[in-house]
Design a binder for this molecule. Structure first.
Ligand code: NAD
Ligand code: UFG
Length: 337
């Protein structure tokens, strides 16, 4: 059984590649390296003793995809490839719609032509928009607040319509909450280029002394300590969620959607203080104005994934903080070291 990971050299893709290889399946990666280093896959090979061949190419480019499907017998696909920076998507909407939607459309066309019908798609909790009722259930109405979110919303719709029209498709949509942390070896992890947008990589770089302090965006939200609350999920739990989704896809035609979160919300300050305690290191911070577009609270109802996929997150906030710092400490400059 061979699984193609589009965008598989990236943060979530490389951790998922490791889990899939350890499960006994083969992995092939297609990545244009726009936000990744091939070193991630070299390390996956070192950790697993198995190779995941990397095809450097664009998922929106039919020829590149044709090459992969002709060279390998692909049984299943996990579609990670996409641009993911919310702020950048507001500034460059066309780039986001072009890249993320073309990648999904071209991939589905080429899969259909090559008789491959199992696909797991990386969606996001961002498709729930500004809903305030928590926890978020898969049945809630959707709506987005930025072009990145709309590309996920539209890709979900494209996949739903494709599944409806062609009953040979087995489609699983996974809505990730806030993936953080790294593999426990400290050999692979999140490697953002430039100044990180997301909280955990920012905290890591402050702890390391590369950035002076964390700006906590708002302490006047209606939450227990006034700071934003999110459903942080360990990236290895998320990776294992993909294994469960691939097994589900093997057996089930049609389209199914699952939240992948822990079901517990922690605040920004919970994360900062847990990081300090677990790693015995200070994270200087100051309170700053709210970040435009942020919502107060966001956490999942993960019960559907537990019932239907037999998957639930196992790792604690302490594990996430320890593993994120272990990766950062071992690789102060990420894969560029
Ligand atoms: P990432 O940027 O590390 O990985 C995405 C990978 O896709 C990168 O390796 C990049 O080089 C590649 N890529 C982008 N466009 C491509 C294209 N046209 N052709 C081939 N490769 C392409 O991001 P990640 O955090 O690993 O996210 C993986 C997926 O999960 C993305 O679709 C993202 O939108 C989604 N997601 C991420 C989060 C998060 O917080 N990290 C949350 C929800 C959903
Ligand atoms: N935050 C800070 N300071 C920072 C960065 C973030 O206080 O420097 C706060 C934010 O205001 C928010 C929380 O930390 O309250 C989490 O912010 P992130 O940027 O880490 O994550 P978001 O919840 O904003 O968004 C993430 C991904 C999106 C995805 C969403 C839901 O970046 O792509 O989770 O899955 F859509």
């Amino acid at each position: 059984m061979t699984v193609l990971l589009t965008g598989g050299a990236g943060y979530i893709g490389s951790h998922t590649a490791l889990s899939i290889l350890n499960s006994g399946k083969e992995v092939v990666v297609l990545d244009n390296l726009s936000n990744a280093s091939p070193e991630a896959l070299t390390r996956v090979e070192q950790l697993t003793g198995k190779k995941a061949p990397l095809v450097v190419g664009d998922c929106a480019n039919r020829e590149d995809l044709e090459k992969v499907f002709s060279q390998y017998k692909i049984d299943q696909v996990v579609h990670f490839a996409g641009l993911k920076a919310v702020g950048e998507s507001v500034a460059k909407p066309l780039m986001y719609y072009r890249n993320n939607l073309d990648a999904t459309l071209t991939l589905l066309e080429v899969m259909q032509e090559h008789g491959c019908f199992d696909i797991v798609f990386s969606s996001s909790a961002t498709v729930y928009g500004t809903i305030q009722e928590m926890p978020l259930k898969e049945t809630f109405p959707l709506g987005c607040t930025n072009p990145y979110g709309w590309t996920k919303f539209m890709s979900e719709q494209i996949l739903r319509d494709t599944g409806k029209a062609d009953p040979r498709f087995h489609i699983v949509l996974l809505r990730y909450f806030n993936p953080v942390g790294a593999h426990e070896s400290g050999q692979i992890g999140e490697d953002p280029s430039g100044i990180p947008n997301n909280l955990m990589p920012f905290i890591c770089q402050v702890a390391r002394g590369r950035l002076k302090e964390l700006a906590v965006f708002g302490n006047d939200y209606p939450t227990k300590d006034g700071t934003g609350v999110r459903d942080f999920i360990h990236v290895m739990d998320l990776a294992e969620g993909h294994l469960a989704a691939l097994s589900y896809a093997e057996k089930h035609a049609g389209v199914e959607v699952f939240n992948l979160g822990t079901g517990t919300g922690y605040s920004v300050l919970d994360l900062v203080h847990t990081f300090e305690k677990v790693n015995q290191i200070k994270v200087p911070y100051r309170i700053a104005p709210r970040r435009p577009g942020d919502i107060a609270t966001c956490y999942a109802d993960p019960s559907k994934a537990k019932e239907m996929l037999g998957w639930s997150a196992k790792r604690s906030l302490e594990d996430m903080c320890r593993d994120a710092w272990n990766w950062q400490k071992n690789n102060p400059d990420g894969y560029r070291r």
